[in-house]
Design a protein around this ligand. Structure first.
Ligand code: EPU
Length: 416
């Protein structure tokens, strides 16, 4: 088991370079099989990506790695069932539904894995596929999806699901005729995927809007793309800077993707300075309490809810966070309370009374962002915090230990 130990109360200074976005890269790798060869640059070195490489290799694709650049040749790809052994490695394995449908018009795949942060059904994905002419059978958590022909359709999503937008987009690119996805998700990672598919010759209009129009094209060329910078990783380190930084420079950031976080931090009087592609953050005295609600993009991201809770622990006064996207994304709270936090969970809302002294304890990570939240709390706690089960953190944060060490955090990764 891997664990992280943090000795708190260090001041972070220096530079942290943000990696490629996990939630973009995990869609771009499956999308690569829509063509015979694709080059994806700025791919983060995280375990979720290694899991996708395993699935691609298993299906018969060749994946060449050169630093953060992946070349995926899927000329010899075979339509093999994606069993639980592979699909349980990460949630995004289900992007092979849309991608394999586009490539073979059929796929057999077991239910995906991923962080346990709520129910996470896939009804919106499946209903979208059905509209494109896909027949679906499900038995013992294994889905068999098959279409004689994928046919363009007008699809309105009941909720702008990120995953459903991506999956339907992937399948519709090779459908016959035009598909319209209404109430589509607008997260920047979807824009990154659209750029990638369009680089292959796909005809997708409506990037960054909630109506996507896809003119199906049966033949695609080689594709290439660079993964956009990870806004959630950036947000996590900005929070670290506001909690315990001194001119901490967070580099390779697109501030336009972080507007909701930046606005809230400014409302709190946080010491942050925003430049074209980097952000400076320093420990901020007299932060004001706030009320925050998670929303779909461009609203405040649910993926920053848990890290943001850790910031609110050092704010004098009572703050509120309402989680509207997932029903069970509070698994960090019990551990934060053990460290001395005063937090009450009332239905979907956290009531945080800040400025209590935090003390290092042994805590356990339950999911990716809960782990990030515990690391942030540990950075400002007195003494040593041991964070267990950090495999979840390593799924999504590239080199988190060396990035934080380089800016003077006392942090080590141990194999126990
Ligand atoms: N939902 C349904 N039915 C569906 C699909 C979604 O009811 O068919 C519900 C979900 O249960 C959830 C809400 O809709 O309550 C949002 O789900 P969405 O589909 O938008 O999320 P996702 O695609 O499963 C992605 C990210 C998540 C991120 C969310 C929201 C990836 C691989 N995952 O998940 O990232 O929280 O969008 O922005 O892109 C993370 O990085 O820590 C993470 C969990």
């Amino acid at each position: 088991m891997k664990q992280i130990k943090v000795v708190g109360k260090q001041i972070l200074s220096g530079e942290i370079e943000i990696s490629g976005a996990k939630n973009s890269a995990v869609a771009l790798l499956p999308a690569a099989i829509l063509t015979t060869e694709a080059v994806i640059d700025n791919v983060p070195n995280i375990s979720d990506i290694r899991a996708l490489e395993d699935i691609l290799n298993y299906l018969g694709a060749d994946v060449y790695k050169e630093g953060s650049k992946l070349t995926i040749n899927s000329q010899k790809l075979k339509n093999k069932p994606i069993t639980e052994e592979f699909s349980s490695l990460l949630r995004a394995s289900y992007y092979f539904m849309g991608a394999m449908l586009a490539r073979f018009k059929e796929v057999t795949i077991s239910l995906p894995g991923g962080c346990q942060i709520g129910d996470r059904p896939i009804d919106i994905h499946l209903n979208g596929f059905k509209k494109l002419g896909v027949k679906i059978k499900e038995e013992n958590n294994t889905y068999v999806l098959k279409a004689d022909k994928l046919i363009g359709a007008d699809i309105t999503l009941p909720f702008p699901s990120v995953g459903a937008t991506i999956n339907i987009l992937l399948a519709s690119v090779k459908a016959v005729g035009k598909t319209i996805i209404r109430n589509a998700a607008k997260e920047p990672e979807i824009g990154n995927l659209i750029d990638f598919l369009n680089s292959m010759g796909a005809k997708i209009k409506g990037k960054d809007t909630d109506v996507l129009e896809i003119e199906g094209s049966l033949l695609l060329n080689e594709g290439n793309i660079s993964v956009i910078s990870d806004r959630i990783e950036a947000g996590t380190y900005i929070l670290a800077g506001v909690m315990t930084g001194k001119n901490l420079k967070i580099k390779n950031v697109n501030p336009n993707h972080l507007t909701s976080l930046i606005n809230i931090l400014k409302e709190m009087d946080a010491d942050i300075k925003v430049y074209d592609n980097y952000i400076m953050a320093s420990k901020s005295e007299n932060l004001k309490p706030v009320s925050v609600k998670t929303e779909v993009y461009p609203g405040f991201p649910t993926d920053l809810q848990q890290p943001f809770t850790s910031l609110l622990l050092i704010v004098n006064g009572t703050s509120y966070i309402k989680e509207t996207i997932y029903e069970n994304r509070f698994q960090n709270i019990a551990y934060l309370k053990e460290m001395g936090a005063d937090i009450e969970i009332v239905n979907d809302t956290l009531i945080i009374k800040g400025a209590r002294e935090l003390i290092g304890k042994e805590v356990v990570t339950s999911d990716l962002r809960a782990g990030a939240a515990l690391i942030l709390a540990a950075l400002v706690a007195k003494g040593t915090t041991t964070i267990k089960e950090v495999k979840y953190v390593l799924r999504g944060y590239e080199n988190i230990v060396s990035k934080l060490s380089a800016v003077h955090a006392k942090i080590v990764l141990e194999d126990v």
